[in-house]
Design a protein around this ligand. Sequence first.
Ligand SMILES: Cc1cc2nc3c(=O)[nH]c(=O)nc-3n(C[C@H](O)[C@H](O)[C@H](O)COP(=O)(O)O)c2cc1C
Length: 160
Amino acid sequence: MNNSEMLIIYFSHSNNTKQLAEWIQSKTNAGIIRIEPEVPYPSGYQETIDEMSRQNKGKILPPFKKVDVNIQDYDTIFFGYPVWDMRLPPVVRTFLRDNDFSGKTILPFNTHAGYGTGKSVSEIKEFAPNAKVADAFSVRDSNIKGAKNEVEKWVGTVFH
Ligand SMILES: Cc1cc2nc3c(=O)[nH]c(=O)nc-3n(C[C@H](O)[C@H](O)[C@H](O)COP(=O)(O)O)c2cc1C
């Protein structure tokens, strides 16, 4: 595998998905980029739910902070996010819309509270229509602490 052609992109609000991203990083040595909304989501759980609902209902795609990376330099992209409302977090949709993933292979990974991937992968396909999108690797938030081996095993299978 040529690690210089792999990139990890992730969004994480409470750092669960960040943990997975870091394990993937240490296994692959790939570059790593965090998606950050220009206006951070609130720190309180209910406040975040409310803001997400407002954005989802209004079809609002909130802007993200500019990142210093050229996605065109990469072929394979590990793409991480928490499942929100059985979907992608709104700012993740913005990121997909505003970057060109044509011809890229997207390897989604996510964390969730027990309800799984939902329709987040079909949303990745919708917002990155010309990418090749794999099935998601998914970890329940309460299982993250013990999931390092599982993450490394998944990373291994990606390259066989
Ligand atoms: C706004 C919001 C919406 C959520 N929606 C879902 C959901 O639909 N299904 C689910 O299983 N977990 C849901 N969760 C739980 C998170 O997906 C889970 O805790 C995740 O690991 C958080 O990842 P992070 O720390 O990387 O942000 C939600 C959490 C938040 C804050």
